[in-house]
Design a protein around this ligand. Structure first.
Ligand code: GLN
Length: 453
């Protein structure tokens, strides 16, 4: 049924870069056989899922939204892919994304943008916009995305679904095509808080193949979601409203939906306090030095030798020329911009002034969080400053595009978990409420989100 729905609607939505009809049907049949044989199956066995194309999948095309990897079929599965398969979840295919996960609208995809099912003239957010569009368009009940600076939470918010950026290290990065390694984190999308929790528990957990994987029990997010829904009360929960994440630069309709959401939390019994996080004002500047710096290093591997595209290799040109021609042809404009910013920020004489300073700001942001979590159990903000914007509206203005990340960047820089849940409509388009918690307290995000939902 989901494959039929994809066939009917994906020509308009363009959530998928590759639909694996055969593989999905075989996986579904395998689950049926396991069920018939009386094997114990997990709660998501047989449930379809859309996988972001930044996650490698054995034998299936994996492009990361780039011409550079067009036609590449990885010889192995990412840990996330493996866990999805082990849970009996049926992968329908690979979803569209901004090239190498750099962007907020999927317009940086080398294969054309995805469209927001709420209004096909608008973007479904990014970079995991194919995943959010697939879930919002009922093409798949679940999806995997990755979030480096907001790429799960922002697309979830603007398509009216739930998206969770886990604590950094909770979900293995093994087999994710690296963008900014100290920030990249995979996580779940769902249409409900409980669905999202079930998917998180299926993919999270220690993996020795990822050196930053956390060797600790996965927070019990499914139990927290069930408890939150059953309790229907937030009595005893302290909710901190972050003063810096609101006001100027935010659409009035977003702010009024957010204020209504805070009133709902109060009505559910939460104690609402205002908290100040003064260094959040510098998150954007710090992120747009750290992420490009790390990407300039990570993307050096696309050298015309190891992977994918090779241009100008006519036997007469030098290796260096082939590399330059290949990188010139294979990378899009935003990726080139980031590589240049990053290379500059890391170069001798500038490293301390740019990259080093940005890392110090990161520490100050983590301290703001620590102080705020003394006074509140969770922090809340709008997920994005605006509702879904029009295709083409911001493509020529990188700064306007980067401003989408205002609210999501602090938790990325601090490595702390955050979830976005739908909290109403503005101009007929969805608005997201972001709920943030301390590291390894992802269950708190789910507890509050499920009660709110
Ligand atoms: N929009 C941000 C960027 O362009 C975040 C992307 C992401 O989280 N992958 O870098």
């Amino acid at each position: 049924a989901h494959l039929d729905h994809v066939a009917a609607h994906d020509p308009a939505v363009h959530a998928f870069l590759h639909v694996d009809t055969e593989g999905a049907l075989a996986a579904a049949r395998a689950v049926d056989e396991r069920r018939a044989a009386g094997e114990p199956l997990g709660p998501l066995a047989g449930v379809p899922l859309a996988m972001k194309d930044v996650v490698v999948t054995e034998g299936l095309p994996t492009t990361s939204g780039s011409r550079m990897l067009e036609g590449w079929r990885p010889p192995y599965d990412a840990t996330v892919t493996r866990r999805v398969k082990d849970a009996g979840i049926v992968m329908l295919g690979k979803t569209n994304m901004d090239e190498f996960a750099m962007g907020s609208s999927t317009e940086n995809s080398a294969f054309g943008p995805s469209r927001n099912p709420w209004d096909l003239t608008r973007t479904p957010g990014g970079s995991s916009g194919g995943s959010s569009a697939a879930v919002a368009a009922l093409q798949a009940p679940l999806a995997i995305g990755t979030d480096t600076g907001g790429s799960i939470r922002q697309p979830a918010a603007v398509t009216g679904i739930v998206g969770h950026k886990p604590t950094y290290g909770a979900v293995s990065r093994y087999g994710l095509i690296a963008f900014s390694s100290s920030l990249d984190q995979a996580g779940p999308f769902g249409r409900t808080v409980l669905d999202t929790a079930l998917l998180h528990e299926a993919v999270a957990g220690y993996d020795p193949a990822d050196s930053t994987s956390i060797d600790a029990p996965v927070p019990a997010v499914v139990a927290a979601a069930r408890e939150g829904a059953a309790a229907g009360s937030l009595a005893g929960v302290r909710v901190g409203v972050v003063r810096e994440l609101g006001g100027e630069g935010y659409q009035p309709g977003v702010l009024s939906s957010f204020e209504a959401a805070v009133e709902t939390l109060r009505g559910l019994g939460a104690e609402v306090v205002e908290v100040g996080c003064p260094h959040f004002d510098y998150a954007l500047a710090a992120y747009y030095l750290i992420a490009p710096s790390e990407c300039s290093s990570n993307l050096a591997r696309f050298d015309a030798v190891r992977y994918g595209l090779r241009v100008g290799d006519d036997g007469a040109r030098s290796l260096e020329d082939v590399m330059s021609l290949t990188r010139e042809a294979g990378f899009g404009a935003e990726v080139k911009r980031r590589i240049m910013i990053g290379t500059y920020a890391l170069s001798s004489g500038y490293y301390e002034a740019y990259y080093g300073q940005a890392q110090k700001v990161r520490t100050l942001i983590a301290r703001d969080f620590a102080a705020a979590f003394e006074r509140a159990d969770v922090l809340v903000s709008p997920t994005t400053p605006s509702v879904a914007f029009g295709l083409g509206e911001k493509v020529d203005d990188p700064m306007a595009m980067y401003l989408n990340d205002l609210c999501t960047l602090p938790a990325s820089l601090a490595g702390t978990p955050a979830i976005s849940v739908p909290c109403g409509l503005s101009e007929g388009l969805p608005v997201g409420l972001q709920i943030m918690a301390p590291a390894l307290a992802d269950d708190r995000c789910y507890r509050v989100a499920a009660t709110f939902e």
